[in-house]
Ligand binder design. Structure first.
Ligand SMILES: C[S@@+](CC[C@H](N)C(=O)[O-])C[C@H]1O[C@@H](n2cnc3c(N)ncnc32)[C@H](O)[C@@H]1O
Length: 170
């Protein structure tokens, strides 16, 4: 999972305001959490206890300061209250969710009205060899776009250098 560059590009899309609450779904080893926690407070859910240990260790100082809060959970069961987050971001895990629609409904629920959802998957205009192999077929990308459009407003899709990104507004 050496995804440092895609994560920098995505961190720039999730410009975290000082008082913003951001949720990362599927934080893995916590690299994007570290970038996002430079401003605002970052929360995360991931079903893997091993990833929780790794990501918390990577972000130990900010966790102790209360600026990073990494929990066990999934896209379709985050455990957070309604209307809680300004932004929600998922990088390279949407295709692992067992139920796309249930995951999107849950992220819609925890976003504040007007909040932004960013979903990224391997792809982009300058993909590495590994990234090229992990790309999703167009019909699957269309399915994500379609499912987003049925719940969110202002859905768009674009290509960064190393990721295909969907953005949607609640
Ligand atoms: C390929 S890793 C990506 C990790 C990180 N986002 C990154 O880009 O480095 C996929 C992560 O998604 C998590 N995951 C798997 N199923 C999930 C689900 N249903 N909801 C949220 N996260 C999930 C895995 O535990 C893993 O940490």
């Amino acid at each position: 999972m050496s995804l440092t560059n895609p994560q920098r590009e995505i961190a720039a899309l999730v410009a975290n305001g000082h008082d913003d609450r951001v949720l990362e779904v599927g934080y893995g080893p916590g690299r994007l959490v570290a970038l996002l926690a430079r401003a605002g407070t970052v929360y995360g859910v991931d079903p893997s206890p091993e990833m929780r240990i790794l990501a918390t260790a990577r972000n130990r100082r900010k966790s102790r300061a209360g600026r990073v809060d990494l929990r066990l959970g999934t896209a379709d069961a985050t455990g957070f209250p309604d209307d809680y987050f300004d932004q929600v971001v998922s990088v390279n895990n949407v295709a692992l969710w067992p139920d796309l629609e249930a995951g999107l409904r849950e992220l819609d629920r925890v976003l504040k009205p007007g909040g932004q959802l960013v979903i990224a998957w391997h792809g982009g205009t300058r993909p590495s060899r590994i990234t090229r192999r992990l790309r999703l077929p167009e019909p699957m990308l269309f399915r994500v776009y379609d499912a987003l459009s049925s719940l969110f407003s202002k859905v768009d899709r674009h290509e960064l250098r190393g990721s295909t990104v969907f953005r949607a507004t609640r």
